[in-house]
Design a protein around this ligand. Structure first.
Ligand code: MN
Length: 198
C-alpha cells in the first residue's frame, strides 16, 4: 500500500494572508507530494512497502536507511504540521493544556517567547515542536526530517521552519512567520487533543 498525500484539513486559500494559497500550492502540492512520491519509489517492490507510516519511520531509522528516513519523516511531520494550523487560530489556549503551559513556561507569554526564540534559532532547515516530555511540556528543535515519533515524546504542535514554508510570503523574515503562527494560525484544539491522549 503506497503512501498517499493527505488532503489539507482546510482550503488552500483559507490561511491567507498569513500563509498564502501559493505557498500551500507549492508546500502541500509539490513539496509534501514529493516526499510521498520518493518514499514510495524507495519502498516499491520491497517487503517493507506495506508498512504503516510510523513503522516505516522506525524501519528506516533502525536500519540506517537515511534516505528513506528523510522522506517518511517529512511525510509525518508535514501531515502533523497541516493539522497544527487552522484559520482563525493562534492566541492563548485555555483548559488543561493552558494550565500545563503555565506550569512549564510560567505563562503563555513565557511559552511564546521560548517558542519564537527556538523556531528563529533553529539553524538551517527543520522543525520546532511543542512536546509532552515526561510529565511536562517542552519546546524542542528538530533538524531536517527528524521527528518526535522516534524520540518517544508526544508531539502536541509544530511549525515547519524550512525556508519553503515561508519564503514566498515572508522572504527571509522567519520571525514574522513564527509570530503569525503564534498569533493567527496555531491550532490549539489539535494540541489539546494530542495532550489529552499523550
Ligand atoms: Mn515543509
Amino acid at each position: 500500500m503506497a503512501f498517499v498525500l493527505p488532503d489539507l484539513p482546510y482550503g488552500r486559500g483559507d490561511l491567507a494572508p498569513h500563509i498564502s494559497e501559493t505557498t500551500l500550492e507549492f508546500h502541500h502540492g509539490k513539496h509534501h507530494q514529493a516526499y510521498v512520491n520518493k518514499a514510495n519509489e524507495l519502498l516499491a517492490g520491497t517487503s517493507e512497502a506495506a508498512l504503516p507510516l510510523e513503522d516505516a519511520i522506525a524501519y528506516a531509522r533502525d536500519g540506517g536507511k537515511g534516505g528513506l528516513y528523510n522522506q517518511v519523516g517529512q511525510i509525518w511531520n508535514h501531515t502533523f504540521f497541516w493539522h497544527s494550523l487552522k484559520p482563525g487560530g493562534g492566541g492563548q489556549p485555555g483548559g488543561e493544556l493552558g494550565g500545563a503551559i503555565d506550569a512549564a513556561f510560567g505563562s503563555y507569554d513565557g511559552f511564546a517567547e521560548k517558542f519564537l526564540a527556538s523556531a528563529v534559532g533553529n539553524f538551517g532547515s527543520g522543525w520546532t515542536f511543542l512536546v509532552k516530555d515526561g510529565n511536562g511540556l517542552a519546546v524542542e528543535n528538530y533538524a531536517n526530517a527528524e521527528t518526535p515519533v522516534r524520540t518517544g515524546k508526544s508531539a502536541l504542535l509544530t511549525i515547519d521552519v524550512w525556508e519553503h514554508a515561508y519564503y514566498l510570503d515572508y522572504q527571509n523574515r522567519r520571525p514574522d512567520f513564527v509570530k503569525a503562527f503564534l498569533d493567527h494560525l496555531a491550532n490549539w484544539d489539535f494540541a489539546a487533543e494530542n495532550y489529552a491522549s499523550a
